[in-house]
Design a binder for this molecule. Sequence first.
Ligand code: GDP
Ligand code: MG
Length: 177
Amino acid sequence: MAEEGGGDEYLFKIVVIGDSAVGKSNLLARFARDEFDHNSKATIGVEFQTRVVEVDGKEVKAQVWDTAGQERFRAVTSAYYRGAVGALVVYDITRKDTFHSIKRWLDELHTQCDTTFAKMLVGNKRDLENIREVSVEEGKSLAEEEGLFFIETSALDSTNVNNAFEVVIREIYEKVS
Ligand code: GDP
Ligand code: MG
């Protein structure tokens, strides 16, 4: 969904995907409301949240979708991906298995959706450096291989969360404007 509304308004649908418990809902909560939920159940059921950001003096509505727990059952519906123009593909830097799942998530994204103009590989929980299992270099090289932007974030302490979304939003903007 990259629609130009009345006047200078844009609406971009962005999906957040990745294994269960990597921090998707908290990245969204941090970006949309500057909140963090230690009890992640609180965010289940929320379909999407919207935040308005300014790009080159234009108002852009980022409509960011959350899987709302669907990913646990490997049943993220095609409606979830429909019309998405951006994607954050998230793993947890303290769980190697979540990094190994990235290719599967990218396959699903590419199968379900051919409209994504900007994709960001996100290594979340970088505040947990002491129990890191995926190096920055591994993240970078996968991103290069797959043609993605790359960033490490912490939804807990806010590091790079706005950046992650803003890079994607700006890239979409450049491509559609
Ligand atoms: P989701 O299943 O991918 O939506 O993951 P959640 O957002 O529900 O987060 C799963 C768990 O990881 C929760 O216990 C969160 O409190 C925790 N969590 C999420 N992001 C971070 C982070 O950046 N740092 C740390 N230390 N914990 C996080
Ligand atoms: Mg969630």
